[in-house]
Design a protein around this ligand. Structure first.
Ligand SMILES: [Fe+2]
Ligand SMILES: [Fe+2]
Length: 379
């Protein structure tokens, strides 16, 4: 005997899984396009549940499920199967259960996921369960080619969905929310649910404190550096911790407009120079904002001069600061484009530009910058 909700097996159901952290307009637009083109009758959203390697910064499962429901204005069902199972939610295990429950199902994935399908667990079992619909995303134009490649390896039925969406990233949305903004990529319903539940207010006190230390212009710059750093991190899959990137970028200039050394430990040769604020910034981030993570402190400590042999995290904050979107003067926009294409090339081009600019000014160049230039820019 079947217990619970009965489903009409003749209905065609589109299954769409995701973290929904938070759900955004691209999710909605992509599902709408797929529903229409595939003639599906029902949309079922399956929020992911990752108890063992819970990615940092994920909202609670229940909150994400609620936001996903809100995003679609109630026109989709939300299935909590991953939460109910608790673990081992690989597609090859979950999809057969969804098929049992909903009957005729189609599994919708984005073109960016298709690329990684050969790395999924038991891809050969997944393609046997149901047809897989693939929606392209900006930057993943060759969906047909990818489909042919995966099909030649595993067989299965693939249904291309004609949808080229905008490249929206959940992490830049999260960063904007944490900075107190209202991301245009969020449906109104999601934004109001976020406000009502007072989500993403984690850094409100820190932002207020920082505002007290920075002019309006500098504070706007700090926020722009956060957005640039988070964007590079996500677009280039640099895999740096979202929270660390957020904090280092936000606080990098916290000492810029309060240069009193206060007995803190800074190199004596930087006192009275523009470079002071990086060393002092690290010390004041620790003292005034309670930051004790060495990666964050070092990224702040070298964000102006750079140095030889930097970590990826340090290079990220350095580059994001130099190329933040509030810098509209030449040649920054062109360097920014290079870094958007190729992060490392952008970093090196930025360092080279800075070094040559300082050289042309004819004043002394801080030794760390000379070492950085030798390390990264000399053939
Ligand atoms: Fe700075
Ligand atoms: Fe800065």
């Amino acid at each position: 005997m079947r217990v619970g909700k009965m489903y009409n097996d003749r209905m065609k159901t589109l299954i769409f899984g995701g973290a929904f952290d938070p759900p955004h307009k691209e999710h909605v637009a992509m599902c709408n396009a797929a529903m229409q083109q595939l003639g599906a009758d029902r949309l079922v959203l399956v929020p992911t549940y990752l108890p063992r390697h819970k990615s940092e910064g994920l909202l609670d499962f229940d909150v994400r499920a609620e936001l996903a429901y809100a995003a679609f204005g109630g026109r989709a069902e939300v299935d909590r199967i991953e939460r109910e199972r608790g673990g081992d939610n690989f597609s090859y295990l979950v999809l057969p259960l969804l098929k049992q429950k909903y009957g005729d199902i189609i599994y919708l994935i984005g073109g960016d996921s298709l690329e990684f399908m050969p790395t999924w667990r038991h891809t050969e079992k997944i393609v046997e369960v149901c047809p897989i619909a693939v929606a392209a995303r900006k930057g993943y134009a060759d969906v047909e080619g990818q489909i042919a490649r995966v099909k030649s390896m595993y067989g299965g039925t693939f249904l291309p969905v004609n949808f080229v969406g905008e490249d929206v990233s959940s992490s830049t949305i999260k960063a904007e929310l944490l900075l107190g903004g209202s991301p245009t990529a969020l449906p109104e319903s999601v934004l109001s649910a976020i406000r009502e539940k007072r989500l993403f207010e984690n850094y409100a006190d820190m932002l207020n404190k920082l505002k007290g230390f920075e002019s309006e212009e500098l504070f706007a710059h700090s926020k722009a550096v956060v957005m640039r750093a988070v964007d590079f991190n996500s677009k280039h899959n640099l895999a740096q911790s979202f929270e660390k990137v957020f904090l280092a970028a936000l606080l990098h200039d916290n000492a810029k407009q309060r240069p009193s050394v206060d007995g803190l430990d800074v190199p004596s040769d930087c006192i009275g120079t523009p470079v002071l604020h990086q060393f002092l910034g690290a010390e004041k981030a620790r003292r005034d904002f309670g930051v004790d993570d060495e990666d964050i402190l070092n990224a702040i400590r070298y964000h102006t001069t750079a140095k030889a042999d930097m970590t990826l995290f340090e290079r990220l904050i350095y580059t994001a600061d130099s190329l933040s979107d509030d810098r509209t003067y030449d040649p920054i926009p062109a360097l920014r484009e290079i870094a958007k294409e190729d992060f490392e090339a952008g970093f090196v081009a930025t360092l080279r530009h800075t070094y040559e600019k300082l050289l042309a000014k004819g004043k002394g160049i801080y030794p760390l910058t000379v070492e950085a230039y030798k390390f990264y820019c000399k053939p």
